[in-house]
Design a binder for this molecule. Structure first.
Ligand code: ARG
Length: 398
C-alpha cells in the first residue's frame, strides 16, 4: 500500500509545491489539512489548489471556536506575552492545527505528518514537538527543510507542474494571520533599524477619529460580553480587532529571541489580544489576593516561554494550566476601556468579588482602618534592618 502523508496546508506557494514534491520525490499519497483559525481567505480555492497539486484528499476544518476556547482562553487567562510583549499569535495556532493533523492521520490511515516550515523558525519546533506529544508513532516530515529550492525555484516548479499559485516573484513579507493577531516579517524589516513600511499594517490602519469607550465583561477570566452584548469568544475577539484596530492601536515592533537561537525582527498587529489582555490583567488587580497575583505573574512568563517553545502539550504546561484555572475562580466582572486615536487604556473596573475595600482604602470619614495597628507592624517589619544598620552598616569602611 502506498504510504500516506498528512500535510499542514496553507494554500501558499511552499505547501502547494510540497504536495507535488512529496508525491514525485518520495512516492507518497498526500492528504492536505487546511485549518481556518480566523485568517480569512477562500477555502474552496485552497482545496482546489491542493487537488490540482495532486492531493488525494483536501480537508478543511473550521477551528475558530475551538481555537478561541481551547487555546486563546488559557493564554488570555495566563496573560501570556512572550518576552513580556508578544501575545503568541502564531505559537498558539500551531497546537490546534497539530490536533487536526493527527486526527486526519487517523481518519485517512496516514503514517506520517508533514509541515511546510523552514529550518530557521519556531513553527517547525511547535509542529514537531506537538505531533510527537499527541502521536508518538507518527513520522514527521519537513520537505521544505530538505529540498534546497529557492523561492524562484518553487515558482518555477509550480509553473512546470501546473499548480495554480497566486504568489509573484516579488512577494515582500512572510505573514501569519489568525484570530489572535497577525505576524509580519522579512522584506526591509530584516534591518532592525528600518521603520516598518506603512503597507505592512492591515488590522491597525487608523480610521476612527472620535474617542469611545467599550466595556468587556469577564466570567472567571474569560471575556463573555462586549458592551453588555453576550457573544462567543471568537466573535468577541474579531469585533475587538476591528474596533481597537480602527484607532491604530495594537502594533508591536520588536527583536525577538527564537527557540533556534536566532534574533529576529518581528512586527505584529494584535489590537484585540492586547486590549483584552490589558483588561484581564486589570480585573485581576481587583480580584486576586496579593500573593496569588504575584506568584501568578512569575508563572505567566514561564507559561509564555512554554507556548512559544512548542510545549503546549507537556506536563509542565498542564500543571500550570491547573494553577491558572484555579486562580480565575473570582476573576469575574467588568473593565471599561477608553479608545482614542493611537491609545487604548483602562478607565474603570468592577466586580462582585472585588477585594478593593473602600473603608480600608479611603482617607475620608468612612475610614475603617485601625491606624494604631500600623505602628507595631511597621516597627517589626523594619526591625531586622534597624539591627543591621546599628551594627554592621555603621562599621563599614573601617
Ligand atoms: N515570530 C513569531 C513566532 O515565532 C511569528 C512567526 C510567524 N510565522 C510565519 N510563518 N510568518 O511565533
Amino acid at each position: 500500500m502506498t504510504k500516506r502523508v498528512v500535510l499542514a496546508y496553507s494554500g501558499g506557494l511552499d505547501t502547494s509545491v510540497a504536495v507535488r514534491w512529496m508525491i514525485e520525490e518520495w512516492g507518497v499519497e498526500v492528504v492536505t489539512v487546511a485549518c481556518d483559525v480566523g485568517q480569512g481567505g477562500d477555502f474552496d480555492a485552497i482545496c482546489e489548489r491542493a487537488r490540482a497539486a495532486g492531493a488525494v484528499e483536501a480537508v478543511v476544518a473550521d477551528v475558530r471556536a475551538e481555537f478561541a476556547n481551547d487555546f486563546v482562553v488559557p493564554a488570555l487567562r495566563a496573560n501570556a506575552l512572550y518576552e513580556g510583549r508578544y501575545p503568541l499569535v502564531s505559537a498558539l495556532s500551531r497546537p490546534v492545527i497539530v490536533r487536526h493533523l493527527v486526527e486526519a492521520a487517523r481518519t485517512y490511515g496516514a503514517t506520517a505528518v508533514a509541515h511546510g516550515c523552514t529550518g530557521k523558525g519556531n513553527d517547525q519546533v511547535r509542529f514537531e514537538v506537538g505531533i510527537r506529544a499527541l502521536a508518538p508513532d507518527l513520522e514527521v516530515l519537513a520537505p521544505v527543510r530538505v529540498w534546497g529550492m529557492t523561492r524562484e525555484d518553487c515558482i518555477e516548479y509550480a509553473a512546470t507542474h501546473a499548480i495554480p499559485i497566486t504568489s509573484s516573484k516579488d512577494k515582500l513579507y512572510s505573514i501569519d494571520d489568525n484570530l489572535w493577531g497577525r505576524a509580519i516579517e522579512c522584506g526591509e524589516m530584516e534591518d532592525p533599524w528600518a521603520e516598518p513600511p506603512v503597507g505592512v499594517w492591515s488590522l491597525t490602519v487608523p480610521t476612527a477619529t472620535e474617542p469611545t469607550e467599550v466595556t468587556i465583561a469577564f466570567d472567571r477570566g474569560v471575556p463573555v460580553a462586549m458592551d453588555g452584548v453576550a457573544m462567543e469568544l471568537h466573535e468577541l475577539v474579531a469585533q475587538m480587532n476591528t474596533l481597537v484596530g480602527s484607532y491604530g492601536w495594537g502594533r508591536l515592533d520588536m527583536v525577538e529571541n527564537r527557540r533556534v537561537g536566532i534574533k529576529s525582527r518581528e512586527t505584529y498587529e494584535a489590537p484585540g489580544a492586547l486590549a483584552l489582555i490589558a483588561a484581564h490583567q486589570d480585573l485581576e488587580s481587583l480580584c486576586l489576593e496579593r500573593d496569588l497575583a504575584h506568584e501568578k505573574q512569575r508563572l505567566e512568563l514561564r507559561y509564555a516561554d512554554l507556548v512559544y517553545d512548542g510545549q503546549w502539550f507537556s506536563p509542565l504546561k498542564e500543571a500550570l494550566d491547573a494553577f491558572i484555572e484555579s486562580s480565575q475562580e473570582f476573576v469575574t466582572g467588568e473593565v471599561r476601556l477608553r479608545l482614542a486615536p493611537g491609545t487604548c487604556h483602562v478607565t474603570g473596573r468592577r466586580s462582585p468579588y472585588s477585594l478593593y475595600d473602600y473603608g480600608l482604602a479611603t482617607y475620608d470619614a468612612a475610614d475603617s482602618f485601625n491606624h494604631a495597628d500600623a505602628e507595631g507592624f511597621v516597627r517589626l517589619w523594619g526591625l531586622g534592618i534597624q539591627t543591621w544598620a546599628a551594627n554592621q552598616a555603621t562599621q563599614r569602611g573601617d
